[in-house]
Write a protein that binds this ligand. Structure first.
Ligand SMILES: O=C(CO)COP(=O)(O)O
Length: 140
């Protein structure tokens, strides 16, 4: 599965802790992150991640682009609901695309725990079917 990891500044410690706690599960997947979040996770774990730009510089949009291309299977986006963000439109666009394409999205640690447990159980295997179908359609 392709998994995106994103956290606003006041939630980065939470996501780093989360990545440490679930490193074993996450290591079995392809990980993507916005620049600063991913750098923090790489420093704290042995996980490999593809780093996009920092969120305010277009990283959210780059992940949104992967969603639009049916290349992202799960989004862990620890949002800070108490701080205004300069790139609010990008954040809303990313969340909107998750809803457009029915991509599982966790915006806080409690939901992320549930989704990662589901991922580990195989509950997200339907994404392989969706992506497989997409590939076949493109090949026709
Ligand atoms: O701003 C972000 C998400 O909206 C996260 O970006 P960084 O990981 O680069 O801080």
């Amino acid at each position: 599965m392709n998994i995106a990891c994103i956290a606003h500044d006041k939630k980065k410690d939470d996501l780093v802790q989360f990545a440490v706690a679930y490193e074993r599960i996450l290591s079995g997947h392809s990980l993507f992150a916005t620049g600063t979040t991913g750098t923090r996770i790489i420093e704290a774990t042995n996980l490999n991640m593809h780093l996009f730009r920092s969120g305010p510089l277009g990283g959210d949009q780059q992940i949104g682009s992967m969603i639009a291309e049916n290349k992202m299977d799960l989004v862990l986006f620890f949002r800070d609901p108490l701080t205004a963000q300069p790139h609010e439109p990008d954040i809303n666009a990313l969340i909107r695309l998750c809803d457009v394409y029915s991509i599982p999205l966790a915006t806080n640690m409690a939901t992320a725990e549930i989704l990662v447990a589901a991922l580990n159980r195989g509950d997200l295997e339907w994404r392989n079917l969706v992506r497989g179908g997409e590939r076949l359609n493109n090949e026709e």
